[in-house]
Write a protein that binds this ligand. Structure first.
Ligand code: KG4
Ligand code: ZN
Length: 341
């Protein structure tokens, strides 16, 4: 499914990155500008929604302008404006949605609302020009953990989801509890290779009668209990061993559930998406498992795994060519479900 030379401006502001990109035909990234607020939120140990919205307001115009300039495409030659309208922080989403509506109205360009998770999944189209649905995708970010069958462009069947914390959230909370700071995922990933993954056994949880669902609150509590136990005994704990053992437990579950779902549904094409898909331990384990099973594996390069607007431009393209157009009544929907339009 292609449509020649459709160039879209894409905007993303659902959490703590203000981002804009210009993407051609869903797969060719002409510019990808990301203004991260991480250094600001680090001071508070996590994202502060009110600060995130204010920073988006301060940054968004400049980020969009940079994305257009870097792409070498004039606004007049853009075919449409796509924007993340959910899920995410409502105040943060509203900044991107407001900016996209203003540009769409002023420049008389179609407006296309895009689902954030659909964006994460579509990051794979950017990095793998040959990738076409159907495939199975493990979506693991700070706010979401899903196992999804991508049946066709824009068509999803959710097989499993987390019952409590998202995988990235568990990484962030565990990192904070062992004193690594925010955002925890990359810090645990970096420290884990210098620890022993077999030093401490943390639980690999599964949910009764829901083999593809996840639950990460147990492993998070087990880490906290372990640390408290050490403190009560006046024993030092080894940060690297905890990082390695925790990462091993979480990635075991992610890989096992994905491989099980692929077998049960007769799918041999597997993709990963979202911030946690950057994790080196997860990538190594999934590569090994897929090689063993004879499955092909796809994951985006790190810059397209964490929040960015290029992925919104990729997803937006397939929405655009399927005819989706939004009006100026497009609103931010913080709890938007995947597959909902
Ligand atoms: O996809 P993303 O940028 O934002 C959401 O939509 O949530 O994901 C951010 C999450 C954070 O929880 C962060 O700690 C995690 O992805 N993350 C990682 C790594 N890089 C980012 N987790 C594990 N290992 C990493 N290398
Ligand atoms: Zn995200």
């Amino acid at each position: 499914m292609t449509s020649d030379n459709i160039t879209l401006l894409a905007i993303e502001s659902s959490c703590d990155e203000t981002a804009a990109a210009v993407v051609r035909n869903g797969r060719q990234v002409l510019s990808n500008v990301i203004s991260s607020q991480i250094d600001l939120h680090k001071l508070y140990g996590g994202v502060v929604p009110e600060i995130a919205s204010r920073k988006h307001i301060e940054n968004i115009n400049q980020v969009i302008e940079e994305a257009l300039t870097e792409s070498g495409v004039a606004l007049a030659d853009i075919d449409g404006v796509c924007v993340t309208y959910g899920p995410g922080l409502v105040g943060a989403l509203l900044v991107g949605v407001g900016a996209a509506k203003a540009i769409s109205f002023a420049a008389k360009k179609p407006l296309i609302g895009v689902h954030h998770i659909e964006g994460h999944i579509s990051a794979n189209y950017i990095c793998h020009p040959d990738l076409e649905p159907p495939f199975l995708c493990l979506v693991v970010s700070g706010g979401h953990s899903h196992l999804v069958i991508v049946k066709d462009y824009g068509q999803y069947e959710i097989l499993g989801r987390t019952r409590d914390d998202a995988a990235g959230e568990a990484f962030d909370k565990v990192a904070r509890s062992i004193g690594l700071g925010y955002p925890g995922g990359p810090k645990i990933d970096k420290l884990a290779p210098s620890g022993n993954p077999e030093a401490i056994y943390f639980p690999r949880a599964s949910v009764e009668n829901a083999p593809y669902d996840f639950s990460f609150s147990g492993v998070k509590s087990a880490v906290l209990n372990y640390i408290n136990g050490c403190k009560m005994k006046n024993e030092e704990y080894n940060q690297a061993d905890i990082a390695a053992s925790f990462q091993d437990a979480v990635t075991d579950v992610l890989v096992d559930h994905t491989i099980l779902a692929a077998h049960d549904h007769g799918i041999s094409k597997i993709a990963m998406a979202g911030g946690v898909a950057c994790n080196n331990g997860l990538r190594r384990k999934m590569v090994r498992a897929c090689e063993k099973e004879g499955f092909s594996l796809y994951y985006p390069e790190p810059i397209f795994c964490t929040d960015n607007a290029a992925m919104i431009g990729a997803a937006g393209y397939y929405e655009y060519i399927s005819g989706r157009r939004d009006g100026l009544d497009l609103n931010a929907i913080p709890g938007l479900k995947l597959g909902e339009k």
